[in-house]
Design a protein around this ligand. Sequence first.
Ligand code: PLP
Length: 368
Amino acid sequence: MPIDLPIWPPAWPAIEAAALATIRSGDWGSYRSAACQRLRSELAEAFAAEHARLCCSGTAAVELALRAAGVGPGDEVILAAYDYPGNFRCVELLGARPVLVDLAPESPTLAPDHLPEAASENVKAVIASHLFGQAADVARIRHHCDQRGWIFVEDACQTPGMLIDGRPAGSFGHLATLSFGGSKPLTAGSGGALLTSDRRMAARLGPLLERPSDAFPLGPLQAAVVSPQLKRLDRMNEQRRDTARFLAAELSGQTPQWQLLARDSAGVAPAFYKLAWCARSAEQRVRVVERASELGLPIGPGFRSSHRASRRRCRQPLPLERSRRLGDTLFVLDQTALLVAEPQRRELAALLQQLHDETSRLDDEISP
Ligand SMILES: *Cc1c(COP(=O)(O)O)cnc(C)c1O
């Protein structure tokens, strides 16, 4: 029996009501939309930012953040080899050169220790993403950036509502990015936002966005449907977090061939968009993803690692061993599974156990 997953995007009456109100008031057809203004101030408040700007995607938000940081031809931008692949592309598109560093131990996020070795006089900015519910070490990354005059772009596209030492993820970078993409915890099908409390960055975003029409707009209807999700974000995050913790406890010691990437870090209230494991091998991951689909589990491979990009395209001052391994073996359980009703959590754990056992047995036969 396949497990009963909640539908995504959510079909809440509050979302329908917000869309309808935007249509009935005529706000849907306005350049100066009240829904957009409202979402901007709600985001600024929720993310403890002086300024929130809306845009058409998380990817555009990263690109605009780099533009505001002044990144252009001849500059370098440091990021982890294992990251949302669009971030590498954004750096290249601006004519700048990615400088790849590896991941912190037991984490899918950038290793701050590697920043000094990646430094050069051409480095302008650092991008670090919070991934799979795990917080990047933003305090240390920000410290390195401040020491060297680099701009820190904090990619919080996956983790709206995560708290780090009591502060929202997205409030540590000079600029931070959010995504409202179709699968994300806050969704409008597509969309994104930029957050900053840095006057200089806010001033540079203005002319990039207002030309004089909004060049990367999030429309009023889209803005309207994000607002009710923002109101329920904490509760939804709690639900996803509870399921992640339940699975971690229930499967602890039971899935020896998988490594769960959900370490509890002091001071972090994680927000899971996807829950990640590493399989024992790339071959095992292929089997896990295939079998998961037969079992009705929403599991897919993680990101590709950029460590294979040619040295002409990027600088690689350090070994990228962890990025390579995560690129080969990481797989993710989607948030729809993390949002299952509480009584179904046990069933979900049992299915994951079955998935582990079946794909492990095969693995043992192939490479004893
Ligand atoms: C999804 C995502 C993005 C891009 O967001 P889009 O809205 O899909 O363009 C950027 N960074 C990370 C970490 C993401 O997960």
